[in-house]
Design a protein around this ligand. Structure first.
Ligand code: CUA
Length: 355
């Protein structure tokens, strides 16, 4: 029993440590809805704390009532023990006791119903507060498509040459509303960045919208919040909120097509990329690779992670991912690629240069 308890505590502690370490080494904020960084999340967090405090108070009341009842029962038994030989005086008290018990039960029922209505009202108020304060007219519009198991983001613009697509990692300006137009290519997914907003489903054949804003710069982790198959847990993404100037610089960089390969290795890597099965699924703008089945790789080198947030973006992980993705993310649509050591090294060199 003690061992099991200790083990459970150890697991919880190690999970907490892993969370802190991950947060520490990537600069990503702790994924938490009670650490709000925007107006939507702040309203949700307020509701959460309201419920937490009131439920704690109710719990404390119940515990006090329980202690009181146990003590009263003990006293009554003692008194009954003392006067056991006397003419049963308890019988005379019975109707009065029954009345007081009835009053307590009615009181508790009324209180429960009132509290449920209070929660209903607070939930309604929160819903309104989430949807009202932002102006969608001034919003930055992004199309989000969910795939098993990654995210495509297309930044909208009235001028088509100012539009671009990326995957799993986006930057947004702080203080500006962001309007997401979302759909899914296969099954239902759910978009959720706890620090910034509540959940919203992505449904095949249907469009859903989500309006939110980040008030604080930071890197916020998002996670698919609707079970969508084998790798549901490995369908995360990142939102980097930064100053409007920094965002503009990132956006301008994303608009560029392929970074031209400079070294011999990079040139060879480009040839490998264009002759291997990569181009059946991926796009690198500025080359003949233009398929949309997998993530757009035009600026893959600028992302901090690959495989929808599960691997750090470095040469070693890129090589592992290209040669044997099934061992990292079983069930992923990305097939294994048998390449010679030289070709693989050149390909990784080329991809890493796509900043
Ligand atoms: Cu996508 Cu769960």
């Amino acid at each position: 029993m003690i061992v099991m308890k200790a083990r459970r505590i150890a697991i919880l502690l190690s999970l907490a440590c892993a969370g802190f370490l991950l947060a520490g080494c990537t600069g990503v904020s702790t994924q938490s809805s009670v650490d709000p960084m925007g107006p939507q999340a702040r309203n949700i967090s307020k509701l959460w704390w309201f419920q937490c405090y009131t439920l704690l108070a109710i719990f404390a009341l119940v515990v006090v009532a329980l202690i009181f009842a146990v003590m009263r029962g003990k006293q009554r038994r003692e008194r009954a023990g003392e006067g056991a030989s006397a003419e049963a005086p308890m019988i005379k008290l019975e109707p009065q006791r029954e009345r007081s018990i009835r009053n307590v039960v009615i009181g508790a029922t009324v209180f429960t119903v009132v509290m449920l209505f209070v929660y209903l009202f607070m939930s309604f108020i929160t819903g309104r507060a989430i949807s009202s304060p932002l102006n969608s007219q001034t919003a930055l519009s992004i199309e989000v498509t969910g795939y098993q198991w990654w995210w495509a983001f297309q930044f909208q613009d009235p001028t088509s040459s100012q539009m671009f697509t990326t995957a799993n990692e986006i930057h947004i300006p702080v203080g500006q509303p962001i309007l997401l137009n979302m759909t899914s290519q296969d099954v239902i997914h759910s978009f959720w960045v706890p620090n910034l907003m509540g959940k919203k489903d992505l449904i095949p054949g249907k469009r859903t919208t989500l309006l939110f804003q980040a008030d604080q710069p930071g890197v916020y982790r998002g996670q698919c919040a609707e079970y969508c198959g084998h790798q549901h847990a490995h369908m995360s993404f990142m939102i980097v909120a930064e100053s409007p100037e920094q965002f503009q610089a990132w956006r301008n960089a994303q608009l560029f097509p392929e970074t031209a390969p400079a070294t011999d290795a990079q040139k060879k890597g480009e040839q490998v990329f264009l002759s291997a099965p990569c181009i059946m699924c991926h796009t690198v703008r500025g080359t003949e690779a233009a398929s949309r089945l997998g993530p757009d790789l035009t600026h893959v080198g600028s992302r901090t992670t690959i495989a929808a947030g599960i691997l750090r973006n470095n040469r070693e992980n890129l090589s592992r991912w290209i040669t044997d993705p099934q061992s990292i993310k079983p069930g992923t649509r990305m097939p294994a690629n048998k390449l010679s050591q030289d070709d693989l090294a050149a390909l990784v060199e080329y991809l890493g240069n796509l900043k």
